[in-house]
Design a protein around this ligand. Sequence first.
Ligand code: GDP
Ligand code: MG
Length: 679
Amino acid sequence: MNGNHVNGDATRTLPKELNHERIQIINDEKQFTPELTDQIDRWGLQHAGFDYDIVAVFGSQSTGKSTLLNRLFGTNFDVMDETRRQQTTKGIWVCKGKGMNVMVMDVEGTDGRERGEDQDFERKSALFSLASSEVLLVNLWEHQIGLYQGANMGLLKTVFEVNLGLFGKKTADGRNQRTLLLFVIRDHIGTTPLANLQATLTADMQKIWESLSKPPELQDRQLSDYFDLSFAALPHKVLEAQKFESEVLELRKRFVDKSREDYVFKPAYHKRIPADGVAFYMEGIWEQVQSNKDLDLPTQQELLAQFRCDEISSAALSEFNEQAKPQRKPIEVGKVVEGLGGMMRNWRTAALARYDRDASRYHQGVYKRKRADLVGVLDSTLSPLFLGQLKNLHKASLVTFKDEMHQGMRGEGYNFADIVSAARQRCEKRFVDGAKEALVEGTDWSYEEEYELLQQEIRSVANQCRKDETKKMVNAIERNFKKQIAEPVELALNKPEHDMWDKVLTAFRENLAKAESSYLAKAKSFDCTDEENETALTSLRKRAWLALRAKVDEQTSDTAFLTKLRTHFEEHFRYDENNVPRVWRPADDIDGAFKKARDQTLELVPIYARIHPVDPSLEFTLPSETSDSFSEAADDFDFPATLVIFTETKILDLMARFRRDADAYYVEAKRSTVSSVAQ
Ligand code: GDP
Ligand code: MG
């Protein structure tokens, strides 16, 4: 299966034992092999259960990683050939350790920091190694220690961060995934003791851990919750070849001798995946690694596009803001800004045109994404102006509506319904025209809500107007009614004949009928409901009746009424049938004439005492109201009581007072005969 790979010469000379077969689990297309399970089978591991381990390696290119793995585990990974400097095929390789149940993972690739386009693979393979292995060998030159970039610490930080996000939660059985980071310091000269290098590396790791952005629920997790750190140093392979080999052998013991205290494959690091499930498990990890967006590295082209598109976008935006700013104040203080929509469309179009002109040459994906962002910002700046304009239009239109209503109702003889409908049409048109003008294409703005509010308010203003107008109209009708009724009532009450009330009530009925028809004629134009009309008419009748009563009361006040009686008496006592003043002579029957005139006059009092027509068809009634019903009037209205002008006591009182007046006339008449005799 490796036929298409360029392998080092060393590989070709190795015996092709099945046990030593290596497999490329991730190819240079970043695809996971479907053959790992079969390979595990060929390695004889499929029934190993948990009795196997996984080790991987991390470090810069050409730091002797493959060399180290081959020495430690007897594997046959490609080693860079010094003489030919050939490029090995990119990918992740796994080989079984010789004589041990260890799956060893090696990563091939160019150095990401020098070749930008390979960073993506570098990150993903590093994360994959970390996530799937029990022990990760962190391979580095001694002189790289303390150099953040040189020791690949930046990559480690990213990998830690994503690893925490992806795999940082506890496993199903409640354990943290633990991993041993075994730092292998290469070309250790020996002038700096391992302990010092160890301290530097530990401090670096701690720093990296603290600088990670952690998921909220893992904020307080420590480095030690997930990782153990261990250290080893190896001398120079060429300069101290002998010592190198022996120390590698010494290091190897930590991977094979379970009795050692520093044995690396501790149960705590085991992923607890049975060997026959490892292929599936690893493929799952690779899928997660592949689909993780945090690891996606933008290409140089994209990076440049992001930078430039941001710049171009903010230049366009600041020009746009300059243009929009002066209109903010007038809108805030409630002005309707004429032509605001046109202005907004211009600013927006200009900003986008400017962005398009300069940014469209860059990476299309980035250009489009940043354009959408820009549109979002533009629209969220314009939106308050639009909404403010709507609110101001609403207010202004309503003011116009009220003005037109008052204007229209100024004169006489207007038609209320016509005025309302004309004013409403103009007001709504003004609003809709203004709102349409303010709309900007490409937004999801709408004025419907504000329009509905306005229509509601128009309705309630019109309603209130109608109520006020109806009230005014009823008042005017009442005033007119009072005027009309005054004379006929006075005339009738001044002529106390037996059908006096018939005349009063006839006048009342005629004028009430006029008032009612005048109300109905006007009410038609007010669009009043039948119920409203009924209420208004009932109230009108009652008020008319009370007006009549007031007029009657005025005419029958003590003074007015006694004057009426006196006049009547005088007419009959002091004037003869021909309306000529009488001159009493001693022979005249003064007593008889006096008694007759007085008794006739006294007979008038009961006629006035109660409103009662001779003709029963002229009788008028109103329903009585009591305050426990839900009528508008708070006071009781007892209609039969309003028919009574004088009570019994009042009648007696008035009669007594009149008698005294009449007696005075009698005495005066007597005196006048005496004086005429004396002459
Ligand atoms: P890898 O790319 O990290 O896997 O490195 P290789 O194992 O392919 O080795 C790259 C080169 O470094 C080869 O020429 C090795 O002979 C050489 N090399 C391997 N180990 C050491 C070492 O410990 N010290 C030095 N100086 N060179 C080494
Ligand atoms: Mg290698």
